[in-house]
Design a protein around this ligand. Structure first.
Ligand code: F6P
Length: 339
């Protein structure tokens, strides 16, 4: 078979292992693998590259994606979905593996439903907010990076007896912030799913500062803010959250209310780069291999998903219909650890 592969949306560590898994499994069937460059843009513009074994020999340890990515939405271009269909035929693609999050896989689901295109999905996102899969690759690496940042902030916060605020990504789900706070031993966390109680947080931080001499707060970029700022939107209608200055705003509030010197760091895209962790490497190759098996069993409109320790099939519409958000039991666990 001739199989197309694309990576769309924000990059994350684990994409290259997934491409490697796809390529090596395709070899078992003597398939030809062709990469679309820069996500859906590559299919719309027929910008492609062949992927051979030598292309994937050394990519296991590489962050990012060798195919490039973009936030191109074919449904935002005049006749874009029809062009995808036409170009798949012209390129001779008998199947397409779309590696992406909610947006990229949402397009894949629609193209399959509306045009019967032979598409399967591979889930990725550092936000870990995709339904029907326990974890997505990219998440583990980004939290590992954020915990490293938090630990560095602890050292300097302790020396200066300050409150340190770390702003992390994660969009509208608090997984990255929550796992960073729990895994890094922070003293408070603010996540989009829970309305921020700034009074309660400050009261707690004063207590922590008295006991330890410093305190650490993790804040998710997607929390609700009382002040409204003009929001910029991408092609999928998402706010560009890094421009809201959430961490800075929270740090100022804390300093004003507690009268304790407070500093903020925003790690931004640093948490999206670097070599994937072992977890993300293994998950990446597993879902990549499984996606090729889905293609060969003609399970189009499906995606490879992690359930417990098994890779299973999930429906693309179910996976992209609603976000997987942090539930109260996870938040309660964090609260238990803040003393
Ligand atoms: O969805 C992944 C993510 O890293 C979000 O956490 C963040 O809000 C967004 O992408 C940033 O996107 P961009 O790289 O387009 O600025």
């Amino acid at each position: 078979m001739k199989i197309g592969v694309l990576t769309g949306g924000g990059d994350c560590p684990g994409l290259n292992p997934a491409i490697r898994g796809i390529t090596l499994r395709a070899e078992d069937f003597s398939d030809e693998v062709v990469g679309m460059l820069d996500g859906w843009k590559g299919l719309l513009e027929k910008e492609t590259m062949p992927i051979s074994l030598s292309d994937v020999d050394e990519i296991m340890r590489m962050g990012g994606t060798i195919l490039g990515t973009s936030r191109t939405n074919p449904y935002k271009k005049e006749g874009g979905a029809e062009i995808c269909k036409k170009n798949m035929a012209e390129l001779g693609l008998e199947a397409l593996i779309a590696i992406g999050g909610e947006d990229t896989l949402g397009v894949a689901a629609k193209l399959h439903k509306e045009f019967g295109l032979p598409v399967v999905g591979v889930p990725k996102t550092m936000d870990n907010d995709l339904s029907c899969t326990d974890y997505t690759f990219g998440f583990d690496t980004s939290v590992t990076c954020a915990i490293d940042a938090l630990e560095r902030m602890r050292d300097t916060g302790r020396s200066h007896r300050r409150i340190m605020v770390l702003e992390v990504m994660g969009r509208h789900a608090g997984w990255v912030a929550l796992f960073t706070a729990i895994g890094g031993g922070a003293d408070w966390v603010l996540i989009p799913e829970i309305e921020p109680d700034v009074d309660k947080m400050c009261e707690h931080l004063i207590k922590v500062k008295e006991r330890k001499g410093y305190a650490l707060v993790v804040v998710s970029e997607g929390i609700k803010l009382s002040h409204k700022k003009k929001e910029e939107i991408d092609e999928f209608g998402h706010m560009i959250l890094q421009k809201r200055g959430v961490g800075q705003h929270i740090a100022e509030e804390i300093e004003q209310r507690t009268k304790i010197e407070t500093r903020v760091a925003v790690i931004g895209h640093i948490q999206r780069g670097g070599p994937p962790t072992l977890f993300d490497r293994i998950l990446g190759v597993r879902v990549g291999v499984f996606a090729v098996d889905l293609v060969h069993s003609k399970r189009f409109g499906k995606m490879a998903a992690l359930s417990g320790n098994n890779i299973i099939e999930a429906d693309l519409f179910d996976a992209t219909g609603r976000l997987k958000l942090v539930d109260k039991s996870w938040y309660d666990l964090a609260l238990t650890l803040f003393k």
